[in-house]
Ligand binder design. Sequence first.
Ligand SMILES: [Zn+2]
Length: 277
Amino acid sequence: MKSSAEKINKNTEVSYLDAHLHLQDQRLQAQLPSVIARAGQKGVGRFFCNATSEDDWTKVIALAGTIPGVIPFIGIHPWYADSVAEGWRERLCLLLEQQSCGVGETGLDKRCPVDFTRQVALFKAQVDLALQYHRPLVVHCVRSWGPVVDIIEQEFAGESAPPVMLHSYSGSVETMRRLVTAGAYISFSTRLLGRDEKKIKKVLVETPVERILLETDSPDQLPAEWMAKGERAYNEPMWVADLYHQVAQLKKINVEDLKVSLWDNGKIFTHAAASRR
Ligand SMILES: [Zn+2]
């Protein structure tokens, strides 16, 4: 029997996808052409590039205009929820009207010192914008699963809702199941390449392939032992190829089949980002 990878046309554009990263970050900016070239050499050809604050929005959109395969997401990260400038919402609306882009990264983080009520207000406002403009949403969630799952179940479970991903997933198997039932995608980061990530590896094994995405979150989330060796100062998108191989092993599937499945999952986000309604 032919695998699904063999069945698809050899000429298709399928490549490894880095489903969450920050190419606009200073640490990558300094050597961006070589970072992208190294990713290309390892077969990584699509990058979901996320803003974290308003300062990033035009940078992320400009990167999408100059580097092939970059899909822009603009939003405000919960760490910056208390430092937004007045009128941010109107300016975000204007960009969503003018540009093909998703909303992110946004979310809730109980580990950071920003007032949680403020985080919830910013998160809800961005959820509303994703729904209003029918754009994919990228959610950062740390120790805030109750309110995040509630919002996803209430707002994104319907057939007509835009796609939503939980980036760098760190929750339980039970929470993953609720999110998957509500239609969400679960993105696992290169942290999983680390030796001691037993809990999250167990979640990955239980997550259906049709809901998985993989990411580096570059320049962050370099696996702990790589950092300890001191060979690399930061993460970069080429490492998502290694993550695909690791995940194929853990899921006991062919890496080419995984690549095709995850490309299809990513396409749902790419298409929703490009749809201006
Ligand atoms: Zn991120």
